[in-house]
Design a protein around this ligand. Sequence first.
Ligand code: OXD
Ligand code: MN
Length: 615
Amino acid sequence: MTATAERTAIAAAAPASADPSIVAWVERIAALTEPAAVHWCDGSAGERAELTEQLVDAGTLIALDPVKRPGSYLARSHPDDVARVESRTFVCTESASDAGPTNNWEPPARMRETLRDVVAGSMRGRTMYVMPFCMGPLGSPLARYGVQVTDSPYVVLSTGVMTRMGAAALAHIGPDTPWVPAVHTVGAPLEPGEQDVAWPCNDTKYIVHFPETREIWSYGSAYGGNAILAKKAFALRIASSMGHREGWLAAHMLLLKVTGPTGRVFHVAAAFPSACGKTNFAMLQPTIPGWKVETIGDDIAWLAPGEDGRLRAINPEAGFFGVAPGTGESTNPVAVETLDRDVIYTNVALTDDGDVWWEGLTDEAPEHLTDWRGESWTPDSGRPAAHPNSRFTVSAAQCPTIADTWDDPAGVVIDAVVFGGRRASNVPLVAQARTWEHGVYMGATLASERTAAAEGTLGELRRDPLAMLPFCGMHMADHWQDWIDTGARLRSTGRPPAVFQVNWFRKGADGSFLWPGFGENARVLAWILGRVEGTARGAESPFGIVPAAGEIDYAAAGVSEDQWRGLFAVDRDALMAEADDTAEFLYSMGSRVPSAIDAEHALLRQSLRALPHSS
Ligand code: OXD
Ligand code: MN
């Protein structure tokens, strides 16, 4: 077929509603990647069924027992393609300084050349799927659009769950609608007659963002955020840069609707680094009577000042891509119920009767399993049965606690913003920032112990500003400035939400957790909302405002007085050492650090100096 004939075939197959700019782009990418066929996704149930059948035949998906897990499948990835690859993730702005010190950077022209070389012919022998998608409720003024091409039908199924993907999204992209083009290839072209593998990928990987031209290119991986480009690549990295120009914020935050005993409704946005319990918090079941918590989102929020001077938020996603290990009846019964049907599981273990299992799903492991690599496993095997970053992909709509407003095009009004990390020491269970700027400082200097969501050494403490370290598609300090500016805008017309820092993971001298977490976190949430409502008095502390005596019934949570004291212990020397480390961290962010952040740091030092010395 000639190039012209090929182009004609692609255009002819395009839905009538496809904007010519999309058709022209698809033609260009097809000419570069040379797929054997092009399929325009409509996002229908029929399309889903067909792709699922194809993936089962190819051995990529294993159908689970239709009675135990109806409509659910297990995928096993290549053992080297199991997490986001931060070392291969790039933000390519014209000037290196605009990507900032937290991103890998290459000049765009050089990166484009590299990408052209690796991507050329990379889809040979495969079908290229074209997926129009919408982030946020269709038609919402806060929603944004994109089109991803991919040669992975597994990525098509995942994107179909995680976004509003298909014909309806395409119909919303008119000649004046900006849309983000995203190219994804597993980088494993097939020679004629070559047998495919169950999880094609490439040892070489590139996850590349061009924020100035709003483009995404991903090569070599089919796993999670590396490949479902609508999620981290678009909804956080490209979106943070879009928000910078347009006056809104992309945040690595869950969203909650909380109804208090008086019937008053609150909304909370909370940022935690990856695998620190965001999904559990998003599906919290309060242990205290009279409180109801409903889910709006578990990972990403887009926040924008509304005309009424209040901060409004949407969840741009349509599904949950949650970490399976640690999700169980005792930790997150809502997730367990959400996962009883129509789920794509990746890298969890398979039971002998066609069900799934992972560490933490039940207290006791089954006697025999097939582990995430497809090998026989018993509790004596001495290795996890599920990969620590194994995941479930499931539609948000089937979560039993999903809020009626979760896809409200107007978004919800945020009353409280929460920042949390995984900290064994130094950070109290909860503290309220004295001002919006103090809260942004708490978020900007957030640190957390490393988890399995990305490559790296587990447990190592790393700064994760606003929980955005791997997801900020711009200079981190400029992103902080966007937060500071948002507060100023809200203040000019209304009132910014109250800001809090929480830490569910503080440990005592014996190394055990001081706070039970999970449902008991509702006690902390109730105090936070008491502060918002004006019913909780709070008490001054070097951390900010903490619960006054008697304001949280910790004994009812099974916490002793000693443990409670430990949760708020102030170790002057350790805090001074951390403040020194924070100063170095702020210095490492360069000259763009907002003066408001420097001022907050100076205030903290001042208050620490005034403390009595640690005994
Ligand atoms: C995620 C992550 O997948 O943060 O949500 O890594
Ligand atoms: Mn996340």
